[in-house]
Design a protein around this ligand. Structure first.
Ligand code: HAM
Length: 421
């Protein structure tokens, strides 16, 4: 065992998985920039207070935050999510509205690590601030949907709910509290604790013991004001018009406290139920105000990269791209030819590599094979004298049946450009 290893719930991402991660973000950027979203990069650290606005009763804030006092005496925290940071940025920079932005980066939550649940994990997400239009809810949800399709995932289900307007939500929470409190002995001990802090979250309990009480609980739909019901109707009609299938789930309350109105989650069909939320989001119309800004509507989602890639593995889609170079230069004349030739090839836009430590021809060819290159370019003393190189195909699937040929050195780049599509 080495003395130092990554901390629990944190991982090194090695090649070629790291290329896949980068491509994941690029695919996301293509989808959302195509819809007018611009990227915001905000700091990893914020004042603790920014995240406390997520809701001090949520576990993300009360139990899972990485917070500390810095050398200047400020109480700060590593971000557990980005919605609060984006709202803080909105208040700080007062951009024109609607402000349509996207982001990516690492989040930190001190959770119990397991497959699909880490202490440092990656999200991609979008937020729209400053417009209350239900068609924006539809746009946001549809962009997430489109992204999963771009990855090639087919086993993703969209769950949809509305928590109503703040007064609807408050009345509903009070009704839930009364319902559960009246049946306290039937509730699991864990849910009794949850009930104290946040009655809505009891609906999230997966414990069998709680199921009958949850099934008998009041329904949020009975508490909607006319405006909340109308907003939710337009969201559903919009999704149907785009042909996006969804299921209404009245128990979908989400883990963060700022949600009002529309909430949604994308669930993966192949993952364990405790970790099957690939992404989620909703409206959070009060959050900007709680951070000192004007009353501002907000809607968005975040998608977990780690989990979504696990779902891709399970479905056999979106594999890591091959890390192979195009050309591997084998030089048995001492290495200087390999030095200049790889530099020329790289300058011409090709991926080129070479072996080091002046190995034998046999071991250089082995390295060429291991590199995954389409072609080996071989220079020996004869070729050096004749001003030629030997081009040898290594991978039939990348060289379209080309045979070995001797090429004048000045023609090499032209030759390879034609041979490598
Ligand atoms: P969230 O549901 O807490 O929402 O996280 C979004 C996604 O991040 C989850 O669906 C999951 O895929 C991933 N995730 C969360 N925790 C972990 C973890 N410990 N390990 C691996 N993946 C994880 C938010 O963060 C909100 N900010 C979403 C939002 C944006 N709402 C409105 N706008």
């Amino acid at each position: 065992m080495p003395e130092f290893q990554t901390s629990p719930g944190m991982r090194d991402i090695l090649p070629a998985e790291s290329s896949r991660w980068r491509r994941f973000v690029e695919t996301f950027a293509e989808v959302v920039e195509g819809a007018g979203y611009g990227q915001v990069m905000s700091p990893l650290l914020e004042d603790l207070g920014v995240f406390q606005r997520i809701g001090v009763a949520t576990e993300v804030v009360s139990k899972e935050m990485y917070d500390f006092v810095d050398k200047g005496g400020r109480h700060i925290a590593l971000r557990p999510e980005l919605t609060a940071s984006i709202c803080r940025a909105f208040v700080q920079h007062h951009p024109l509205t609607p402000w349509k932005i996207w982001y990516t980066g690492s989040m930190f939550r001190y959770e119990k690590p397991q497959r699909g649940r880490y202490r440092q994990f990656e999200q991609v997400g979008i937020e729209v601030l400053g417009a209350d239009d239900p068609f924006l809810d539809v746009e946001v949800i549809a962009l997430g949907w489109e992204f999963y399709r771009a990855l090639g995932l087919s086993q993703v289900a969209l769950l949809l709910n509305s928590l109503g307007e703040p007064t609807d939500r408050a009345a509903y929470v009070a009704a839930l509290r009364t319902h559960f409190a009246a049946n306290l002995e039937a509730l699991s001990p864990e849910s009794r604790v949850t009930l104290e802090a946040n009655p809505l979250r009891v609906l999230d309990s997966k414990r069998l013991q709680d199921a009958p009480l949850i099934a008998a609980a009041p329904r949020i739909a009975d508490f909607y004001s006319a405006d909340a019901a109308a907003h939710f109707d337009v969201v559903q009609a919009g999704l149907s018009a785009l042909g996006i299938p969804f299921t209404i789930d009245a128990t979908l309350v989400r883990g963060l406290d700022y949600y009002r109105g529309t909430t949604f989650e994308y669930q993966g069909g192949t993952l364990d139920s405790a970790q099957n939320a690939l992404g989620g989001g909703g409206r959070y119309d009060g959050l900007v105000e709680s951070l000192g800004g004007p009353p501002t509507a907000g809607v968005g989602f975040a998608i977990g990269l780690d989990r979504t890639l696990l779902a891709c593995d399970d479905e056999g889609v979106y594999p890591a791209p091959p890390a192979a170079v195009d050309v591997f230069v084998v030089d048995t004349t001492g290495g200087l030819q390999a030095l200049t030739l790889t530099a020329e090839l790289r300058a011409a836009g090709m991926k080129a590599d070479r072996p080091y430590e002046n190995r034998s021809m046999k071991s250089q060819m082995k390295a060429a094979d291991r590199s995954g290159a389409a072609f080996a370019v071989i220079i020996g003393t004869n070729e050096l004298e004749a001003g030629t190189v030997v081009v040898r195909p290594l991978r039939a699937e990348r060289t379209e049946g080309a045979g070995q040929s001797t090429v004048p050195r000045p023609d090499l780049i032209e030759y390879l450009k034609k041979a490598i599509p």
